[in-house]
Design a protein around this ligand. Structure first.
Ligand SMILES: [Zn+2]
Length: 120
């Protein structure tokens, strides 16, 4: 049964040891599956904010926004031989694409600013 415990101890499933019987149980359980004792609630702090360099996600998202804006305006203005299945009103193309581009630019700059601030 070593294989099973190794799988349970893997990173994919969060487990912990029961303080009463010492068996490995799932972290989400409020009650031990083996001895039926109530497990103390000791959730570890989530490490979603830590680890990654700050601002990196913002930069990536910003670039994605700008790319989407470029593609959007390219198609909406009829510059491409392909036609969209839906008709885009000119006012949408005139206002939404630059808006999308600017918000993407802002996000990127914000990300760069965060990165600069944390690195220096
Ligand atoms: Zn137990």
């Amino acid at each position: 049964m070593k294989w099973t415990s190794d799988v349970l101890r893997g990173n994919s499933v969060a487990t912990r040891e029961c303080p009463y019987c010492g068996k490995t149980v799932f972290d989400q359980l409020k009650q031990c599956a083996y001895c039926r004792e109530t497990l103390p609630d000791m959730r570890r702090p989530k490490s979603t904010s830590g680890g990654r360099p700050a601002g990196k996600d913002d930069i990536r998202r910003g670039l994605l926004f700008m790319l989407a804006a470029a593609i959007f305006s390219y198609f909406a203005r009829g510059s491409s031989p392909l036609t969209l299945p839906v008709q885009v009103p000119p006012i949408v193309a005139d206002y939404l694409a630059p808006l999308l581009f600017l918000s993407g630019l802002g996000l990127s700059l914000h990300g760069l600013y965060l990165r600069h601030r944390t690195s220096s």
